[in-house]
Design a protein around this ligand. Structure first.
Ligand code: ADP
Ligand code: MG
Length: 620
């Protein structure tokens, strides 16, 4: 709740709306005890008094009634009717929508066709027809406005519910033996309530306007009772001679609707968890850079990361996800980047092409040089030309990176035409050849398949094919085999290895599995808490790990036929990167750690074999 209010008021306009609406609501609630003239007391001697007249602050209307008093009572009524109509329409519409979406089938068909019939009539005409049948009056206007708004809620909520019902957690609830009522209450409703609140908060303004409209036409509140719409309606004939009688209720309607809408937008943004970290703003095209100076260029290589630092800034917290990572990738080389989940591998990889989402991501230091050219802070157009063309990515879960509604052949062709001036037919033909290159059987037919029609291993092959589409020099593979079973993993690794040799690709291979590294990588860098703690040729490093963390990570890999031994998990948890200890981040979990380890920065020492440890297991 506190977080919600904090988020709400961080949005200035929403805060403004909340304050204005709050003042209006408080005044409306207090109206009966305020020292006002009776709202319906006529005094024809005092007709059309101007504002700021003696005893009548806002003047009087055509019957000499005090406008201030009528405004307050009218606001009270209009607010009450608007909120009641929104509540009624929201609850009724949501109930219909949830039931239709949850049960589907015939219930869905019958209710939704009923709703469609309501929607087939023009909105205001339907409201007028309902009032015509029920007779004029404020209560009937309320019912009319509520009824015509039910379809909006019902359709919205049905869509959301239908999307939730087929999700795994609902299946899980069903499997655990819950009944429909329990599932609706504890699984579906909590997911739907924010949507209902959001829909309501953004439609209250409308409903107030619509009721005012009906009253304006004389179908809502009946004389002498004042609401904002009927005040406007009565003032219409004196619009020129006594404009204040129209302006006063008009301005109030404007204030209410504007503040309700501003507040409604704020509520929507604050309730949407996806907007939490970055407030309501679109991620920037490339990662934001706040770097004092770039480090001096040393030797050149294909891809050199030089003391790269990437942080996430969320509120006052700073998550130091990458803390000065240096890596070197030569043509045709495969470098492994290994570490526990959360050690900063993905953020390192994404920083290379400026793909970390900003906000909250910021690159605060270091350089990434491709052929000697610094990419940090490079213009978006330049990065875009390089993305996929010279540096391509393969991600962990191909099902979520492939577009579900396009055929894979078309997606591959699109990747090709993004960088190369070839026609559609040529791109298609290349796509089929790419599928063949990654050993997909019957590629011409498979190119017409949708992602969901392929198995996990095949989808990952498509991901690899897409990365190869523009003959890149470098492929950054972020745990590409983690979602696959071991046999498919072996096939995919063999494929990558072969492609690397035949095309001279450099690969940065991210994984948490030393078994995978040993099959594929020439060199390996071990990451912990956003830092490289050890680096070296794979065989050397595997044979004699120097950092205690590396040794324990290697001990986690089971070995087939390696005899009976306990798999050694590493005790404790990886460090929280918003609160890194001084010195070695692994010290709290390390049995060799001494006071010196916790004192201060420890350098990555060594030339070919590097280790960031004061008391290494072996001296490389
Ligand atoms: P991994 O090594 O598993 O790939 P990541 O590079 O994804 O780890 O994450 C490194 C650290 O950065 C983690 O501690 C994670 O909590 C943090 N992090 C990643 N993305 C965000 C984000 N959008 N906001 C805040 N922290 C993040
Ligand atoms: Mg990752």
């Amino acid at each position: 709740m506190r977080l919600f209010l904090q988020l709400l008021f961080r949005n200035r306009l929403a805060g403004f709306g909340a304050v204005v609406l709050g003042v209006i609501v408080v005044l409306a609630v207090l109206t009966p005890i305020l020292p006002l003239h009776p709202p319906n007391e006529t005094n024809t001697a005092n007709r059309f008094l101007r504002p700021l007249s003696e005893g009548h602050w806002l003047g009087t209307d055509h019957l000499g009634r005090d406008l201030m008093s009528r405004l307050m009572w009218g606001t009270r009524l209009s607010l009450a009717v608007g909120f009641a109509a929104a509540l009624f329409a929201g609850l009724a519409g949501a109930a219909i929508g949830v039931l239709a979406g949850y049960f589907g089938g015939r219930i869905d068909n019958v209710t939704m066709r009923g709703i469609d019939m309501l929607m087939a009539f023009p909105y205001i005409l339907l409201a007028l027809a309902i009032v015509a049948v029920l007779g004029p009056g404020l209560m009937n206007a309320l019912i009319a406005v509520a009824v015509v708004n039910i379809p909006f809620f019902a359709r919205n909520i049905r869509g959301v519910t239908a999307g939730i019902v087929h999700r795994e957690f609902v299946d899980a609830a069903r499997l655990s033996g819950m009944g429909n009522a329990r599932i609706l209450w504890s699984e579906v409703l909590p997911n739907v309530v924010p949507v209902i609140v959001i829909a309501m908060s953004t439609t209250i303004g409308w409903m107030i306007l619509e009721t005012a409209g009906l009253s304006f036409l004389g179908l809502g509140s009946q004389p002498p009772q004042a609401d904002l719409g009927s005040m406007l309606g009565e003032a219409r004939s004196a619009l020129i001679t006594a404009p204040h009688t129209s302006i006063v209720p008009g301005a109030m309607i404007l204030l209410i609707v504007m503040s309700v809408n501003l507040l409604g937008d704020g509520v929507r943004d604050a309730l949407d968890p996806r907007l939490r970290s970055g407030a309501p703003s679109r991620p920037e095209a490339t990662t934001r850079v706040e770097r004092a100076t770039a480090p001096e260029a040393t030797e050149s290589g294909l891809l050199r990361l030089d003391r790269l630092e990437t942080q996430f800034r969320i509120g006052k917290r700073v998550y130091r996800a990458v803390n000065g990572v240096s890596l070197n990738l030569s043509p045709g080389e495969c470098v492994g980047l290994i570490g526990e989940s959360g050690s900063g591998k993905s953020v390192t990889a994404l920083s290379v092409m400026g793909l970390v989402a900003s906000p909250p991501g910021v690159i605060t230091g270091g350089a990434v040089r491709l052929d000697g050219q610094d990419l940090i802070g490079a213009p978006y157009e330049m990065l875009r030309a390089l993305r996929g063309r010279r540096v391509a990515y393969i991600f962990q879960d191909p099902l979520s990176t492939l577009h579900p509604l396009y055929r894979i052949g078309d997606q591959l062709a699109e990747a090709i035409t993004a960088h190369q001036p070839v026609g559609r037919a040529a791109a298609r033909a290349r796509a089929v050849r790419l599928l063949e290159d990654v050993r997909i059987p019957n590629p011409a037919a498979r190119a017409r398949a949708f992602p969901h029609e392929l198995s996990g291993g095949m989808r990952q092959r498509v991901g690899i094919a897409m990365a190869l589409a523009n003959d890149p020099d470098i492929i950054i593979a972020d745990e590409p085999t983690t979602a696959l079973d071991v046999t498919v993993q072996a096939q995919v690794l063999a494929l990558l290895d072969e492609l690397r040799r035949s095309r001279g690709l450099a690969i940065l291979f991210i994984t948490h599995d030393f078994g995978v590294v040993s099959q594929l990588c020439d060199r390996v860098a071990v990451m912990y808490g956003g830092r490289v703690v050890e680096e070296g040729p794979t065989t050397d490093l595997l044979a004699a790990p120097a950092h205690p963390y590396t040794r324990r990570l290697i001990a986690c890999v089971p070995e087939l036929g390696g005899g009976r031994r306990r798999l050694a998990a590493i005790p404790g948890l990886p460090p929280a990167v918003d609160d890194l200890p001084p010195g070695c981040a692994f010290a709290p979990r390390c049995e060799r750690a001494q006071d010196a380890c916790r004192a201060g920065e420890i350098a990555l020492a060594g030339k070919v074999r590097k280790v960031r440890c004061l008391f290494p297991e072996t001296t490389p």
